[in-house]
Write a protein that binds this ligand. Structure first.
Ligand code: GLN
Length: 506
């Protein structure tokens, strides 16, 4: 019935098209990213390029920086020329073309592939984040924060499957099949958005046809209010530099530590715990996604559902196959830890914890944005405190070292809790604070700060060996404890000022 919007889980049903599109895009992004350094440093005999870790980390830093730098252009283009939806379609297919290029085994196609993913992500990422916000207005404003949390679960469901599947296939079968898998799912994701976009009506269709229900841009907003809110966006995104810098740095250094767990067989109690954890990590995200799909099918019979159903079925099949091979080839009963195991912990914890945080904000405690952001930074710092404690036995200059699984897991848990206070909350605030005609650009600003952070993390990551000669790892992690906590406390102190700048946006 026209005029009566369908809702599922209290959200507009169109949100789920965005959920799945973003899920497949992140599948390809994180899947490819998980392979990149491993591919570059592996020897030519194993199909790699034989680069040093330093050069590989540096290329990785440049790549992840550029991927988050182009959104400022993509957001601007959508605001001025394309509209958010056309930018997402165009970006999605350009990213897919990039992954197809990476499937081929030449230097030229490799760099061409990276370039295309960089350009495509610039068009895709800020604008799909913007469309989420365009779904809310006067009638359903209360669902906005929850909508962004759900969307962010899609991000991490994609990361989870991408890292584990592309990681596994890339490492164990062929690098290029791993890249190719990213291509397949990006194509399917872009197709389902393209075919399903009728559900959006004229939301995001063109830059000049702003949906009537987008309230925040109302032309009668006094210009000083607009200005103040833009300043608030800049402050929020500035503080994300501290967060993503430390967060990516942790990911990088933890991968180095976790690499020591590869090929390491766990026996006894830790083996049993690992086996149980590993099964849960497989089953829980699959169960959550299936539940979501069932909800969707109950709610509406729109045609986009069949395309999503196919995607999830395909994914389930591949997943089952991969597990079976993993079990066969590596003897799961010996509880061997695959290299990507620690890498997927973050996205796993996120998918599990997101509904709890959503409930916490909605029902029990809903501090203002700057306080949540500050809390996120403090939690990140605490994660590093756990790492620092866990690394206290590692002597200065040690080339390889192990941190107990307990501290690595605890760090990932705290980092993920911090991420939930900051990242989906931030997206929602940008969508509320930005005037509609600058929406894409403001999401671009948000991601540019992630670009700066990724560059910094790549830079220090390249020097990690030298750093560990000068400082012990424990001290290194303590620096990363102090900086985010300091930044977090500062932002909490700025709360009254920020509240004034936001002029009533909560
Ligand atoms: N996990 C987030 C995503 O991929 C992080 C993005 C960011 O802002 N750095 O969407």
């Amino acid at each position: 019935t026209p005029g009566v919007p369908h809702t599922i889980l209290g959200q507009p049903d169109s949100l789920f098209v965005l959920f799945f599109t973003e899920m497949w895009e992140r599948f390809s992004y994180y899947g490819m990213r998980a392979l990149l350094v491993l591919y570059l440093i592996s020897e030519a005999s194993k199909g790699g390029w034989g680069w040093t870790r330093e050069s590989a980390t540096s290329l990785y830093g440049w790549y992840t920086m550029l991927v988050y730098l182009t959104p400022i252009l993509g957001g601007y283009l959508a605001d001025r020329l394309l509209g958010t939806r056309r930018a997402v379609v165009l970006g999605g297919f350009i990213i897919a073309a990039g992954h197809i290029a990476l499937f081929f085994d030449t230097r030229v196609s490799f760099f061409l592939g990276l370039g295309l993913v960089i350009i495509g992500t610039g068009l895709f990422k800020p604008n799909i984040s913007a469309i989420v916000g365009q779904l809310y207005g006067k009638d359903n404003e209360g669902a906005r924060d929850g909508g962004y949390t759900l969307f962010y679960m899609g991000v991490n469901a994609g990361a989870f499957f991408g890292i584990s599947l592309c990681g596994y296939i890339g490492e164990k079968i062929s690098w290029h099949f791993g890249f190719g898998l990213a291509a397949v799912f990006m194509i399917l994701g872009a197709l389902q958005f393209y075919l399903g976009q009728g559900i959006f009506g004229d939301i995001g269709a063109a830059p000049d046809k702003k949906p009537a229900q987008a309230v925040q841009e109302a032309d009668d907003t006094p210009s000083n209010v607009v200005r103040d809110r833009l300043i608030a966006i800049c402050v929020f995104s500035f503080f994300t530099i501290f967060f993503w810098f430390a967060f990516e740095q942790a990911g990088g250094s933890m991968t180095i530590f976790a690499a020591d767990y590869t090929d390491r067989t766990l026996v006894g109690t830790s083996g049993t715990i690992f086996k149980i954890a590993n099964s849960l990590m497989t089953l829980i995200p699959v169960a959550i996604l299936s539940a979501l799909l069932i909800q969707l099918m109950r709610g509406t019979g729109k045609r986009y559902l069949s395309s999503n159903l196919l995607l999830v079925l395909a994914l389930g099949l591949i997943w089952a196959l991969a597990l079976w091979m993993l079990g066969r080839e590596f003897g799961f009963d010996q509880s061997e830890i695959p290299a990507t195991w620690f890498g997927v912990l973050n996205s796993f914890f996120l998918v599990i914890l997101a509904p709890m945080f959503s409930k916490l904000w909605a029902r029990y405690w809903n501090p203002s944005g700057p306080v949540k952001f500050g809390l996120g930074l403090v939690l990140l710092g605490l994660g590093f405190a756990a790492l620092s404690y866990g690394a206290s036995g590692i002597p200065q200059g040690a080339k390889t070292a192990q941190i107990s699984m307990v501290y690595l897991t605890l760090a990932y848990l705290l980092h993920t809790m911090g991420e939930l206070c900051l990242s989906p909350v931030g997206l929602s605030y940008i969508s509320k604070l930005a005037p509609a005609r600058l929406l894409g650009l403001m999401f671009g600003v948000w991601f540019v700060n992630a670009a700066i952070a990724n560059f910094l993390a790549g830079f220090t990551g390249g020097y990690i060996d030298k750093i560990s000669e000068t400082y012990s790892m424990s001290v290194f992690f303590l620096i990363f404890t102090a900086i985010p906590i300091g930044a977090g406390v500062l932002l909490m102190l700025l709360n009254p000022w920020m509240k004034k700048l936001m002029h009533g946006v909560r």
